[in-house]
Design a protein around this ligand. Structure first.
Ligand code: EPZ
Length: 429
């Protein structure tokens, strides 16, 4: 078992380069199933969820070739339908993109209900609504989702009740080769939806409106292979921006698209942090200025991202006065706050709202990651806190962050990963 050791309370300094975006890479990897050709995907983040996605593609019959600097060649010409090992499907949320890709290529699809972070109810009713509108018969027994078609799929207009990222992506995938015009209304507008549309269009698809609430997909007969680079990860970038603010540091975050960061940048400036925008980098600096209390409400893009909610909570715990943090996307995304409270944070959660009484500092503790972004928040809390903090269950963090420990060490953090030998009775020393 591995743990993270942090001896915190010291300012950081230097430059951190952001990797490719996990939530853009996952749909693009599964979209190669539809391409039925060789694609080279560049700027793929080397994280557990991407490894899992490549394992799923291999299990389906894709030929994967690791190229230099983490790029990957994927040949999906011999891919077959419905052969995903359940344990891989359950390892993350993004495995459900196989459904849209298989429907596009085979006219049928089958996958285990996906895993992913536990934020309470994470239904797939909007995905199913979209598949059924396209003519699929969907059976969802809670463990498995199976889609079949008697008379084939047809283009359709679909209005999403929720601007779901996953449903928008799955419907886009399923309709990309359907004769006629499929329209998704109330679509998700996230940058990773746009990145998938750009990838598919570079393969010969005809998709317009991505990034707006109305996406139009005009079906094409065949796609062709391309070389495509994934966009930078705005959530990884935001995580290190908050780390700079929480540790009273100046950090340069490179390989970012400042436009994607606007809502995060705005909130940090509201708290008194200096953020300087360069073409593809941000300089985040807090020269001992006190953190101002603010209200934050997460929302669908371009609102403040829900995937930055736990990280922002840590900053509010160190602000002057009372702040409120409202979760506008998921039912229950505050499980990590119990761990911050063990570090002395003063947080009261009622439903989707956390009320936070700022403190000058937290105190070190042994805590555990309960999900991906909650785990990243604990790293930030440890960095900001004088003394030694231990973090367990760090596999959650490694699903979504490339070399987080090494990147933080490179800017002066006293942080390391420690391997704890398992003892026979299953406990840890
Ligand atoms: C994606 O999850 C991301 N995961 C999440 O990132 C991210 O938090 C989320 O989008 C919102 O931005 C991946 O891309 C792999 P949704 P997804 O469908 O697609 C409700 C991370 O940390 N909903 O946009 O599952 C749902 O319950 C992860 O990287 C329905 O009601 O999110 C939620 O309240 C965590 N019915 C809201 O919509 C549906 O059929 C947004 O969910 C689908 C969703």
């Amino acid at each position: 078992m591995e743990r993270i050791y942090i001896n915190g309370g010291k300012p950081l300094s230097g430059t951190i380069e952001v990797a490719g975006m996990k939530n853009a890479a996952l749909p693009i990897l599964f979209a190669t199933i539809i391409v039925e050709d060789k694609c080279v995907i560049e700027n793929l983040p080397k994280i557990k969820d991407i490894e899992t996605a490549l394992e799923i593609l291999k299990a389906m019959g894709a030929k994967i070739r690791e190229l230099s600097n983490g790029n990957v060649e994927i040949d999906t010409r011999e891919v077959v339908c419905g052969s995903i090992p359940i344990e891989l499907a359950k390892a993350m949320r993004g495995s459900y993109y196989v459904l849209g890709a298989e429907l596009a290529r085979f006219g049928r699809a089958q996958a285990a209900f996906p895993g992913g972070c536990d934020f309470g109810e994470r239904p797939m009713d909007q995905h199913i609504k979209g598949f059924e509108a396209l003519g699929a018969k969907v059976i969802d027994n809670g463990d498995f989702i199976k889609c079949t078609t008697e008379s084939g799929l047809n283009a359709a207009s679909i209005y999403l009740d929720v601007p779901s990222v996953g449903a928008t992506i799955n419907i886009m995938l399923a309709s990309v080769k359907l004769d006629g015009l499929t329209v998704i209304e109330n679509a998700a507008r996230e940058p990773h939806v746009v990145d998938l549309a750009n990838f598919l269009n570079s393969c010969g698809a005809d998709i317009s409106g991505a990034g707006t609430e109305v996406i139009k997909i005009r079906g094409v007969k065949q796609l062709h292979g391309v070389t495509y680079a994934i966009i930078p990860d705005m959530i990884e970038a935001g995580t290190y921006m908050v780390a700079a603010a929480a540790t009273n540091s100046t950090l340069t975050i490179t390989n970012v698209i400042p436009k994607h960061m606007e809502s995060i940048t705005a909130k940090l400036i509201d708290m008194g942090i200096s953020v300087t925008e360069l073409d593809d980098a941000l300089i985040v600096s807090r020269n001992n200025t006190p953190l101002k209390k603010i209200k934050v409400k997460t929302n669908f893009y371009p609102g403040f991202p829900t995937d930055m909610q736990p990280q922002m909570c840590v900053l509010l715990c160190l602000a002057d006065g009372q702040s409120t943090l409202m979760e506008g996307v998921f039912d229950n995304r505050f499980k990590y706050t119990d761990e911050l409270i063990r570090m002395g944070a003063c947080i009261t959660v009622q439903g989707r709202t956390a009320t936070i009484e700022g403190r000058p500092s937290l105190h070190p503790a042994t805590v555990r990651a309960v999900d991906l972004r909650g785990g990243a928040a604990l790293v930030i809390a440890g960095l900001a806190t004088k003394g030694v903090t231990w973090i367990d269950d760090i596999h959650h963090i490694e699903r979504g962050y490339v070399n987080m420990v090494e990147k933080l060490q490179s800017v002066g953090a006293d942080i390391k990963k420690v391997v704890i030998p398992d003892v026979p009775n299953g406990n840890h020393l």
